[in-house]
Design a protein around this ligand. Structure first.
Ligand code: SF4
Length: 145
């Protein structure tokens, strides 16, 4: 047995689940370094501004009535749901259940244009200040600066 083995953390790690914010870990600087972008497996809520920034809608299209935009985005399989109250949408995920922009290297393919919800996570999110990172299971990403 090593002195550094923390059984409490190991037990918590085994129970962490991106779909259950109650199992998430308290965010600290550096936590993303060893993570496999588990936050990018969560549903991504986007605004009209996000959609135009991502070139998924033209500026002209973003001026159409909300329901017409919803139809357009559903037809193109860009979204899986619309949230009428906030005039926002949920981006359709890939077959493997991750964000359409997450690369095979587990990096964001649209980092400079990423939606607001990605920029503010985890300060704002399902459980503010917490994220689904599972550092004990993660493989360190050597490609990071
Ligand atoms: S847009 Fe980028 S940061 Fe946001 S969920 Fe997708 S891959 Fe992750």
């Amino acid at each position: 047995m090593t002195k550094s083995l923390d059984f409490k953390s190991l037990a918590l790690s085994a129970r962490r689940d991106p779909g259950r914010p109650s199992t998430w870990t308290s965010y600290q600087d550096g936590l993303c370094e060893g993570c496999q972008a588990l936050c990018c497996t969560l549903p991504v809520e986007v605004s009209l501004t996000d959609l135009t920034q991502l070139d998924l809608l033209t500026l002209e299209q973003s001026q159409l009535p909300y329901r017409q935009i919803t139809r357009l985005l559903l037809e193109r399989s860009v979204i899986e749901a619309a949230i009428e109250n906030s005039r926002s949408f949920i981006l359709r995920q890939t077959e493997s259940g991750v964000c359409r922009y997450l690369g095979a290297d587990r990096r964001c393919g649209v980092y400079d244009k990423r939606p607001e919800v990605c920029r503010t996570f985890p300060a704002i999110g399902p459980r503010p200040g917490f994220c689904p990172a599972n550092p004990l299971k993660a493989t360190p990403r050597k490609d990071r600066p």
